[in-house]
Structures are given as C-alpha cells and as structure tokens.
Design a protein around this ligand. Structure first.
Ligand code: E4P
Length: 219
C-alpha cells in the first residue's frame, strides 16, 4: 500500500519524507491556504521533497477552463519532475470531460470529492489515474465512509480497472488500517495522523525499561 501525505505544509512534508515512508503528496486549496504559501512556492519545493505523484487542484468549473488551468499548473513544474504532476479535478460532469481530455494528453488526474461508488466508476471510465473517496466527510455526515471504499474496490477488481483508489479525508489511524484491509491502493494521510501511527505506549515503555536495565550491565 502506498502512503501519501495530505498537506501543503513543507516543514511537515520534509520531516515525514525523511522517515522513508512517503510515496506521494496530495494538496487542495484549503491545505494551500493553511500553509500560507502560494501555489508557485509550494511547487518550487514539494517536488524536490517527495519522488511520487504530487496532486495539485484546479479551481475552474468549466471543462475547457479546467484543462487550461491544468496545463498551466504542469507548465510551472520543472521538466524533470513533470511525470509526478497529478491534477486534481472535482467530480462533476465538467470535471469528467476535463479528465477525458487530460488523460488523452498524458496528464495524470486525481478525481476528488468522490462520495459514491458510482462517481468513482464514472471517473475511472473517463480515464482518471486516481480517484479520491472522502471517507471522513462521509463519517461526519452520518454515513459509514469506508463502505464506499469497499464497494469501489469490489467494482474495480471485478473489471480489472486500473484507476488507483486514494482513500482521502482520513481522520485517525483506524481509517488507515481499514483502508489497507480493503486493499485500497493508497491512503493520503494528514501529518498529525501519521505521527499517531508511529506511536505506541508499550514501545515507549519498552525503550525506557531496556535503557534502565542497560545501565545495570554496561561497563
Ligand atoms: C485529499 O485529497 C483531500 O483533499 C483531503 O483528504 C480532504 O480532507 P478533509 O475532509 O479533512 O478536508
């Protein structure tokens, strides 16, 4: 399973990339705004930090505008990193048209704001490289979010669909375990959740007791 980091915070990306566990990055306009950096500033650094798909989102609503915006984003990325460029397109009818055109032009897409298996199926049919079901937002809305991941995985497996499933809007470490058990290709995880995944109180207690005992035997 691949793990992406879900942030535009370059300090967090740098630190967690140094753990050797990151396969890609997802951002969105909210995460960019939270980082306090411009799109260009983030682009200038992020591709050096992680060698894997980096998702950057368009904000246009019409297909033609999305396509122009997507190409503009790709053009800002240094040539040697362009194969990692992934354009996030919202799950709308206009978005599907844009995904179709971009995929025909060899630009990777990540269809975002997916809240049902039918939406994921349509995105895959249009040629999406990735689909991002938003689990936490469904949970917040009183629906079992992981249910749609189960449905998407079953459908994609039935038809050997190559579009990869990014479980997004992750709120806690159990979401990651659930996504992995369902065979999702990728989980995109906020830095604070990755930091929780590394911790266990018995690990800390074990280190403390080993260090204490080492003091007794060391010469
Ligand atoms: C990732 O691609 C999404 O933009 C992100 O996971 C959304 O998470 P949120 O529901 O916590 O905003």
């Amino acid at each position: 399973m691949k793990l992406f980091i879900d942030t535009a915070d370059l300090t967090q990306i740098k630190e967690l990339a140094s753990w050797g566990i990151l396969d890609g990055v997802t951002t969105n306009p909210t995460l960019l705004a939270r980082s306090g950096r411009s799109l260009q500033e983030v682009i200038d650094e992020i591709f050096h930090l992680v060698n894997g798909p980096i998702s950057l989102e368009v904000v246009s609503e019409k297909a033609e505008e999305m396509i122009t915006e997507a190409k503009g984003i790709v053009a800002k990325i240094p040539q040697k990193y362009r194969e990692n460029a992934t354009i996030k397109i919202p799950m709308t009818a206009e978005g599907l048209k844009a995904v179709k055109a971009l995929s025909q032009q060899g630009i990777k897409t990540n269809v975002t704001l997916v809240f049902s298996a039918n939406q994921a199926l349509l995105a895959a049919k249009a040629g999406a490289t990735f689909v991002s079901p938003f689990i936490g937002r469904l949970d917040d809305n009183g629906q079992e979010g992981m249910q749609i991941v189960e449905e998407i995985m079953e459908i994609f497996c039935n038809y050997d669909i190559k579009t990869e499933v990014i479980v997004a809007s992750i709120r806690h470490p159990i979401h990651v375990i659930q996504a992995a058990r369902l065979g999702a290709d990728i989980a995109t995880i906020p830095p604070e959740v990755i930091r929780k995944m590394v911790k266990h109180p018995l690990t800390d207690a074990g280190i403390t007791s080993f260090l204490k005992d080492w003091e007794k035997v060391k010469k």
